[in-house]
Design a protein around this ligand. Structure first.
Ligand code: SF4
Length: 443
């Protein structure tokens, strides 16, 4: 049996792409293996948003070269954000790679795998959708980004924004639901920008109203928002639609206007805070998540403190934080020297993370004793786990005593908390309906 391995780093978009590519491989008759060094076909789905992710990919390519030297019949492909419009330079650096593909460009990789098994992918692959998707799954709705934030390489690698039609996404949701999916996360680099390029134009709210009508679907999420594009109509849709979860990821990146301007984010600190107020006035129980960069070009100690002040003021449920690293090819790499020393960036990051850990701890402690609907989506360390509508990770204490299962809902009373997760006791579990596709996993 010809085997494949897909190695994935980076954002949810990459994870969604890898799931779709895997479906293509399965349709070609390949089977998955955990070991990239022994697979007949290896794909690295890469990310270059941070230097560390790029280093991991180049390190693995070195190891795979040795495996290929031993067995030249192995095939290696690299896809994702490491691959720009021109791959000549990459081909010179990594001659062991047989195929290069930009994000969402599945065809060269499937062609390569098709040659290995002697099957022409044209005509034998139906849709690129996971045959056995996770109960909570990702669905890309808009590709690319038009924003060109000065620190970000994504628009150069993923190209301009292209939205998928509403009807296509509704059909895809129906298909996913027929395969056991109960929650979809609508994905875009800037998901709030969805639909402006469609004819006739639509927006994310229209799409959420349409997907909310899909029978059998229980939850809808969306990622990642941009403060300048999150309209009142979108916020009201989140507040009104029963299936859309009260959970919004709204990156602010920096708390100081001068830094925001150098980042080309397109809003000021006050505009960001007003947007948060608007969201909270329309969706009172919303859980807010954000992304922050510390140590961007020229960021002073005082400017960094402004970022900490926003964390204290807003009290986010979760913060994705990172120290700035220069990405060659970006506007910042050309125009804004990387002036903050690495050690200072690390110190700022540690201080920010410590503050946020305290805030998360206080927020989660306040949830003890409350009861939530949890969609059980996996297991870890001998316990079932799931998510609340606000995307809190919950580990279940007594799941073995009730009809609890992956893919089912349970009512859970919170008995313990940490800054990063909750523990809870199942008080009631959804009974499997006749004909339900049960997923049985050893605990
Ligand atoms: S909105 Fe800015 S940070 Fe986000 S993907 Fe686009 S350019 Fe990058």
């Amino acid at each position: 049996m010809t085997t494949y391995h897909i190695w994935t780093v980076g954002c949810q978009m990459n994870k969604a792409d890898s799931e779709r590519l895997a479906s293509g491989f399965e349709q070609l008759g390949l089977s998955e293996t955990d070991n990239p060094r022994s697979a007949d076909v290896v794909v690295l789905n890469t990310c270059v948003v941070r230097q560390g992710s790029e280093d991991k990919a180049t390190g693995l390519l070195g190891a795979l070269k040795k495996a290929k030297d031993l067995d030249p019949s192995r095939r290696i492909a690299v896809m994702g954000c490491m691959v720009g419009p021109q791959s000549d330079e990459l081909s010179r650096r990594f001659p062991q790679v047989d195929a290069w593909a930009r994000p969402q460009e599945f065809e060269p990789v499937l062609q390569m795998a098709g040659e290995v098994v002697g099957v022409d992918p044209d005509g034998c692959i139906r849709e690129l959708l996971p045959g056995d998707p996770k109960v909570a799954t990702f669905m890309p709705i808009i590709h690319g980004c038009d924003k060109f934030c000065s620190f970000c390489i994504i628009p150069y690698r993923r190209g301009r924004e292209v939205s998928r039609p509403v009807e296509e996404l509704v059909r895809e949701t129906e298909l996913l639901v027929s395969r056991g999916v109960r929650e979809v996360t609508l994905l875009g680099q800037n998901v709030d920008s969805y639909g402006h390029d469609l004819e006739p134009a639509h927006d994310l709210a229209d799409l959420m109203y349409a997907i909310n009508e899909v029978d059998g679907l229980d939850r809808i999420r969306f990622l990642t928002s941009h403060p300048s594009d999150m309209s009142e109509k979108i916020i009201r849709a989140v507040g009104e639609l029963p299936k859309v979860c009260e959970n919004i990821n709204l990156p602010f990146q920096a708390g100081d206007d001068e830094v925001l301007d150098r980042m080309r984010r397109g809003y000021t600190r006050d505009e960001y805070l007003r947007k948060i107020d608007q969201v909270r006035s329309i969706i009172p129980d919303v859980a807010m998540v954000t992304d922050v960069i510390v140590g961007f070009s020229g960021e002073s100690e005082e400017q960094f403190r402004q970022t900490l002040d926003i964390l204290k003021e807003v009290r986010f449920d979760k913060v994705h934080s990172a120290a700035y690293s220069v990405r060659p090819g970006t506007i910042a790499a050309r125009q804004h020297p990387d002036t903050v020393p690495v050690e200072e960036k690390k110190r700022r990051l540690a201080e920010l993370n410590e503050l946020q850990e305290r805030i998360c701890s206080e927020i989660n402690t306040g949830l003890a004793g409350e009861e939530f609907d949890v969609l059980i989506d996996g297991h870890s360390k001998g316990k079932l786990q799931g998510r609340t509508r606000t995307d809190k990770l919950v580990y279940l204490d007594n799941s073995e005593t009730l009809e609890t299962r992956i893919g089912g809902f349970a009512k859970v009373r919170i008995t313990g908390t940490t800054p990063w997760s909750l523990q809870g006791t199942v008080t009631a579990a959804e009974m499997p309906a006749a004909g339900d596709r049960l997923r049985v996993y050893p605990i």
